[in-house]
Design a protein around this ligand. Structure first.
Ligand SMILES: Nc1ncnc2c1ncn2[C@@H]1O[C@H](COP(=O)(O)OP(=O)(O)OP(=O)(O)O)[C@@H](O)[C@H]1O
Ligand SMILES: [Mg+2]
Length: 458
């Protein structure tokens, strides 16, 4: 059988209903047949009694005059054929068809009903005896009346069919209502499904249980327990990365100081000095990596609900970052410009948002050739505050564009970097329930536009 819950429940409803309809239909048929037989037998005996009432002595002979009413009682649209036979116990036929299959009730006077055949047709008949007295002579006159059964069959159909039709209609109505009911009642389940499907991979709050059926609750509670365990696991992992980065930072900083000290030592051989300089460079990149890992862990752990619910001005943050990066831009001979509007308030974490603008702007400066232009713009409309960092550098190759937000992905191997900058940016934007996007500027304005937008505070 199919696995659909709806179909299975319908089967459970339909099979008992079908049995019920069958049993009650059978009973209704028996009742209807009984009624139709009774009506037919009553008409037959009424007709027979009328005919018997007309049998009389006349000059010592028995005569009968068949009253028209005795046959009119059988009038019906079905046009049944009616036969009769009036005969005396000495074998004389007073009226009717001679070959009528008469049947005497073996001396009893009570009406005798029976089924028989006449001219090859099935008929229902009654035999009724009237005793006629005359001068001590007793004659038994047997009046037999029979009819074909078309009107009785029609009556049976009329009595029985409407009931059956009504019951089938009720079953169909029940099925339709059950279908509607099931669709309605299955909705919460589908809602749970949608809620689970629509989730972000890192959305770890429990599913809501309040408005669920009692039967569904254990399932959703089990899913919630699973989510909770997953949440603990994720939190433990993030803590591990953050702790590891923290732990790494101290010895690396120490090493940096020691290297500086060693290099400042005057009596040093040039080759040793070179080696120390190389060690210092790799140490610096390790410090950079550790700081970025720490920031990524921090951004990943940041939850909108738990963000320090601060009102911050994105344009002001951008302004600070531009000032921080001015030297770097100058060194790389990049024209760093700003297009900032006023009152660009959003809810957010100042440190994280500052890291976002920094990472994106630093990319633009770093990957654009000398003489290029980088513009940091912060705009707002009624609903959104938008950051757009535009450069006229080489751009990002099409095949790399979908990957640049992944951790450790780097499109250009010839420059230094960890590949974490844009994934940190993405995590920060997501923690603020914003949207981040990347657009490639087409010829003749080459370069990249990175945008991030957030809900504006009025
Ligand atoms: N403005 C840009 N122009 C051209 N390429 C870019 C630009 N921004 C990012 N990219 C490409 O995307 C890649 C990923 O950037 P991301 O900032 O994540 O890492 P990174 O800059 O390589 O390292 P990190 O920022 O961690 O030091 C870069 O390696 C670079 O190839
Ligand atoms: Mg970068």
């Amino acid at each position: 059988m199919t696995n659909s819950l709806r179909v299975r429940l319908l089967w459970w409803l339909l099979v008992p209903l079908a049995i019920y309809v069958f049993v009650t239909g059978q009973a209704a048929y028996d009742n209807a047949r009984h009624t139709a037989d009774l009506v037919q037998d009553n008409t037959l005996i009424a007709s027979a009694r009328m005919i018997a009432g007309e049998v009389e002595w006349s000059d010592g002979r028995l005569l009968v005059d068949i009253p028209p009413a005795a046959l009119e009682v059988f009038a019906s649209p079905q046009g049944d054929q009616v036969f009769y036979n009036v005969s005396v116990d000495d074998g004389r036929l007073l009226a009717g068809v001679p070959d009528f299959p008469t049947r005497d009730a073996n001396g009893h006077d009570s009406p005798n009903y029976y089924d028989a055949q006449l001219n090859g047709k099935p008929i229902r008949a009654v035999g009724f005896v009237r005793q006629m007295y005359d001068n001590g002579a007793i004659r038994r006159v047997l009046v037999s009346v029979g009819k074909t059964e078309a009107s009785r069959d029609a009556m049976l159909r009329e009595l029985w069919r409407p009931q059956l039709v009504r019951q089938i209609e009720m079953v169909l109505l029940a099925v339709a209502l059950a279908c509607i009911g099931l669709t309605f009642e299955l909705r919460p389940l589908l809602k749970v499904k949608k809620e689970v499907m629509d989730r972000d991979p890192m959305q770890l709050e429990p599913l809501r249980v309040e408005r669920l059926h009692t039967e569904l609750r254990p399932i959703v509670e089990a899913i919630n327990q699973c989510i909770a365990r997953l949440g603990l696991q994720v939190a433990a992992q993030r803590r591990f990365i953050a702790d590891a980065a923290h732990q790494l930072r101290t010895p690396l900083t120490l090493l940096e100081t020691q290297l500086q000290f060693a290099r400042q030592h005057r009596a040093m051989e040039p080759s040793l000095n070179e080696a120390l300089a190389a060690m210092q460079r790799s140490n610096r990149s390790m410090v950079g990596l550790t700081n970025k890992l720490l920031l990524l862990a921090q951004a990943e752990a940041a939850d909108y609900a738990q963000l320090a619910r601060q009102k911050v001005d994105l344009a002001a943050i951008a302004q600070d970052v531009i000032e921080d990066l001015a030297m770097f831009a100058q060194k790389r001979e990049i024209d760093l410009g700003a297009e900032l509007v006023e009152s660009t308030w959003i809810i957010g974490h100042e440190g994280l948002l500052s890291a976002l603008v920094y990472n994106v702007t630093e990319n633009a400066i770093r990957y654009t050739q000398a003489g290029g232009h980088v513009t940091v713009a912060v705009m707002r409309d009624a609903q959104r505050v938008k950051l757009a960092v535009t450069d006229d550098g080489p751009g990002i190759p099409a095949e790399a564009r979908s990957h640049v937000f992944e951790p450790f992905y780097r499109a250009s191997a010839d420059t230094e970097g960890t590949g974490l900058g844009l994934s940190i940016a993405k995590e920060i934007v997501q923690a603020h329930r914003g949207e981040i996007g990347l657009a490639q500027r087409e010829h003749p304005d080459r370069g990249v536009i990175v945008t991030a937008s957030f809900a504006a505070l009025s």
